[in-house]
Ligand binder design. Structure first.
Ligand SMILES: Cc1cc2nc3c(=O)[nH]c(=O)nc-3n(C[C@H](O)[C@H](O)[C@H](O)COP(=O)(O)OP(=O)(O)OC[C@H]3O[C@@H](n4cnc5c(N)ncnc54)[C@H](O)[C@@H]3O)c2cc1C
Length: 293
């Protein structure tokens, strides 16, 4: 492993990565890299940048589909303890990007901290949720963020705070490849009240989304005219299959993988949906999930 000399223990060449995603599909990554600490990540970032190796940072893989042919470049997974620590102090939470968002939400309930109920049931990491400003009907994660610790593509670490960080619908203005840590400002509240709000949001989500299926959440962003799910429903596409992949009967914006599903089946459904919705409503559906090639 000449390129990543001295980093053999954290770099795997031609390694399967689909198993780290919710879809569980797709081929191998040219490199799968799981740094143990910030210094190793900085070294990896420099090597990738100097050698023009594309960088893909993987969280919990709940918004990503890996193509059947695999991923060119480095898939970097920040899941070691150095990236996953979370601390709670007063109304502030400092969360490592590799931490599970669901665990942070549950701990906030126990601590009587309100503000993150809106991301209940979103099965990603803190870093993944921050990158795309995860959220929904009840709010989004960006609202509670005060500052972020980021690493650039040459391994330099710095902190950015609002108003320099901006969040919009399922997007942010973060250009650095690595989110290392997020600082949240929440509100002290009654734990029972926070628990009740969290439960209500979870029940709402479970009632309308196929939360236990193999999916990557909503496939498309909502256009301005209507929700993507409603357009897909109105186009008569719920239940449509390609191979063993299927548009969810419960929520039209989810595509569910089954036994023997290939990434190409999901991509075929995506293309059919985009064409049909364009024909019927003159609306171009933009992907919310990422397809890594
Ligand atoms: C059942 C289900 C329900 C869902 N419901 C919702 C919902 O209600 N609302 C919603 O917004 N989403 C939802 N999602 C989608 C998904 O859970 C969110 O987008 C989540 O925030 C993705 O986090 P992740 O860690 O899995 O990111 P990944 O899927 O691993 O990556 C997503 C993006 O974030 C980047 N990224 C990940 N970690 C980092 C990091 N540390 N630094 C820099 N970039 C990083 C990746 O490079 C990629 O661009 C749902 C998904 C599923 C499967």
């Amino acid at each position: 492993m000449q390129l990543f000399n001295g980093l053999d223990s954290i770099v795997k060449k031609d390694a399967p990565v689909g198993k780290y995603t919710w879809y569980g599909l797709g081929g191998n990554a040219e490199y799968l890299i799981r740094p143990d600490n910030h210094e190793q990540l900085a070294e990896v970032a420099q090597i990738c940048t100097e050698n023009s190796i594309p960088i893909h940072v993987l969280g919990l893989g709940s918004n990503v589909l890996i193509s059947d042919a695999g991923v060119k470049g480095a898939v970097i997974k920040l899941d070691s303890a150095a990236f996953s620590d979370v601390s709670y102090k007063g109304d502030r939470v400092l969360a490592g990007s590799g931490a599970s968002l669901n665990e942070v939400v549950l701990n906030c309930v126990r601590e009587g901290l309100s503000g993150l109920e809106c991301v209940t049931g979103i099965p990603g990491s803190v870093g993944g949720a921050v990158r795309m400003n995860a959220g929904g009907k009840f709010g989004d994660i960006g609202t509670s963020i005060v500052s972020l610790k980021l690493m650039d593509d040459l391994g330099s670490i710095y902190v950015k705070s609002k108003p320099d960080i901006e969040f919009d619908y399922r997007s942010s203005n973060i250009t650095e490849p690595f989110i290392l840590e997020a600082e949240f400002k929440l509100f002290k509240s009654d734990p029972d009240r926070v628990m009740k709000a969290t439960q209500e949001i979870w029940i709402y989500k479970k009632n309308i989304q196929p939360v236990t299926g193999r999916t990557a959440g909503c496939v498309f962003k909502n256009p301005s005219v209507d929700t993507a799910g409603s357009l897909i429903d109105r186009a008569g596409l719920k239940g449509l299959k390609a191979g063993t992949a299927q548009v969810s009967e419960k929520h039209g914006n989810f595509i569910i993988a089954d036994k023997d599903t290939k990434s190409s089946d999901i991509i075929e459904l995506i293309e059919i949906i985009q064409q049909k919705v364009q024909q019927e409503f003159d609306v171009e559906l933009e992907l919310e999930i990422e397809i890594w090639t």
